[in-house]
Design a protein around this ligand. Structure first.
Ligand code: HEM
Length: 523
């Protein structure tokens, strides 16, 4: 089976070791690369030395901005193979045609730390997959935890500012043990569920090969008849889910900050290819309001007992990158990269993400043509009437670059859908313009409690130890007390133990309250 992406990337590759002799960027053979051109052997270097200037200038501009979040990551190539056709649910070609093998590129990441931070810190892990399908790129930009900290994208800059190193000290660089993070959590009880996952062993994975992945948001699948189902995407590792213990994680962080990336690289090099099965949870449109949580709320998961995970295919990572910068660093994922048969829901976190990714990549990757970078190119033809822009690499031929022209054939694919044009799902939407959140988003604690109760006793102890360690590092009593007040809504015994360990106030028992905020009244 030909891997179209591998073939495409090969066409952009140069083997530096086999490409001789050394030339300048203008193709001029270089006779000497150790000594600059000088006026006399002990004299000053001459500005005329174009070879020195070119070499130094390029070096001076080697760095690009790191990602604003998920800066530290590692990537690998692979393939996705479908087990059974999902034609009942979607018209997406890579989810219906079992004869197809779809090339993929995956980037795993930590969220908080900078590019040079350590791999085994306590953090959420990013798990982003680009499927190079014959109908365009589909990006599943997920995490290793099935829920998120906030419900509305407008809070994301605040959340990240609280999570990142504090601005006056740039401390801490690789952990959540600080006042601003816990201040945010204590003031935003919608984070209750996610913070329990983040303090659990899930946030210190043994290996990237041993993590689950979750799309988190509710998406839609649309079949050829235009019928929609809600869907959540899951990756299940065939090696199972395994974690470090906190002491191991800390020691490894000090002794080998590259522990996870090295583990992934070496496993693939020796042919021990990591594999994940793709699972779908599917809810028919008619059942949208059947649950005691809102299926649009990204702080809630769909319990697998209520909505079973249907295993539909397998991903195998079988090839390391040739060049970290060209591939892993320059890859640009976007939850808005969808293909026909996959559409969005009105999850307010997802809706905001749809804006953020291209926007950040415009500055991270320098202008509007980063889709032409080899790792980002689809394997199917792509062309439209966009033109010019910084770093334009394509020579578009012909006279026209506008829609509704009579001179060429570069037009949108009209109906019917069989011709391939992407059709947004025609959901009926009506409402008054209002800032606020639905009442159905206000139960912050039930699933946090459910998660805690699902853990084995030793896992519960690890979680309480993690909370005590992290909160014990906070300087502000107010921050500690607020965090314990949040825990008090989730589990009394957890609140008691943590409060005792960190010397915080224990509030009255108060487990009945389900949320800390009212939604604004519609007048
Ligand atoms: C990376 C924004 C929530 C998963 C990023 C980046 C931004 C961003 C700006 C950097 C992208 C780049 O430079 O290429 C947001 C916003 C969110 C949000 C505004 C909420 C409103 C989430 C959630 C998930 C997630 C809920 C998981 C489901 C990721 C991953 C990456 C990433 C995996 C790294 C992608 C890579 O490896 O290149 N996000 N994010 N994000 N985000 Fe989000």
């Amino acid at each position: 089976m030909v891997n179209k992406k591998a073939v495409q990337l090969e066409n952009f590759s140069i083997d530096n070791e086999k490409t001789a002799p050394l030339t300048t960027n203008q193709g001029l053979k270089v006779s000497e690369d150790e000594f600059s051109l000088k006026a006399g052997l002990r004299g000053p270097t001459l500005i005329e030395d174009f070879h020195f200037r070119e070499k130094m200038t390029h070096f001076d501009h080697e760095r690009i901005p790191e990602r604003v979040v998920h800066a530290r990551g590692v990537g690998a190539h692979g393939i996705f193979q479908l087990y059974e056709s999902l034609v009942e649910y979607t018209r997406a070609d890579f989810l219906t045609d079992i004869s197809k093998t779809t090339p993929v590129f995956v980037r795993f990441s930590t969220v908080q730390g900078s590019r040079g931070s350590s791999d085994t810190v306590r953090d959420v892990r990013g798990f982003a997959t680009k499927f190079y399908t014959d109908e365009g790129n589909f990006d599943l930009v997920g995490n290793n935890i099935p829920v998120f900290f906030i419900q509305d994208a407008i809070k994301f800059p605040d959340f990240v500012h609280a999570l990142k190193p504090e601005p006056h000290t740039e401390i801490p660089q690789g952990a959540s043990a600080h006042d601003t993070f816990w201040d945010f959590i204590g003031q935003n009880h919608e984070s209750a569920h996610m913070v329990m996952w983040a303090m659990s062993d899930r946030a210190i994975p043994r290996s990237l090969r041993m993590m689950e992945g979750f799309g988190v948001h509710t998406f839609r699948l649309i079949n050829a008849d235009g019928e929609a189902h809600f869907v959540k995407f899951h990756w299940k590792p065939l090696l199972g889910v395994h974690s470090l213990v906190w002491d191991e994680a800390q020691r490894i962080a000090g002794k080998n900050p590259d522990f996870h990336r090295q583990d992934l690289y070496e496993a693939i090099e020796k042919g021990d290819f990591p594999e994940w099965e793709l699972g779908l949870q599917i809810i028919p449109e008619k059942d949208e309001f059947k649950f005691d949580f809102d299926i649009l709320d990204p702080t809630k998961l769909w319990p697998e007992e209520e909505v079973p995970v249907k295993i539909v295919g397998k991903m195998t990572l079988n090839r390391n990158v040739h060049n970290f910068f060209a591939e892993t660093e320059q890859v640009a994922f976007h939850p808005g990269h969808v293909v026909p048969g996959i559409d969005f829901s009105n999850d307010p976190l997802l809706q905001g993400r749809l804006f953020s990714y291209t926007d950040t990549q415009l500055s991270r990757l320098g202008g509007p043509n980063f889709h032409q970078i080899p790792i980002n190119q689809p394997v199917c033809p792509f062309h439209n009437n966009q033109r010019d822009g910084i770093h334009q690499m394509t020579i578009h031929q012909g006279q026209t670059s506008y829609h509704r022209n009579g001179l060429n054939a570069n037009q949108p694919e009209p109906e019917p859908v069989e011709l391939g044009g992407y059709e947004s799902y025609q959901e009926k939407v009506e409402g008054r313009k209002i800032r606020g959140r639905s009442e159905s988003f206000l139960d912050f604690y039930s699933q946090a409690k459910l998660f805690y109760n699902s853990l084995a006793p030793f896992e519960q102890q690890h979680l309480k130890d993690a909370l005590s360690f992290e909160l014990g590092k906070c300087r502000s009593d107010m921050v500690k007390n607020n965090a314990v007040a949040l825990l008090n809504h989730i589990d009394r015994q957890v609140a008691e133990e943590v409060a005792g360990n960190i010397g915080a106030e224990l509030p009255e028992e108060n487990l009945e309250v389900k949320s800390d905020k009212k939604s604004p009244a519609l007048s």
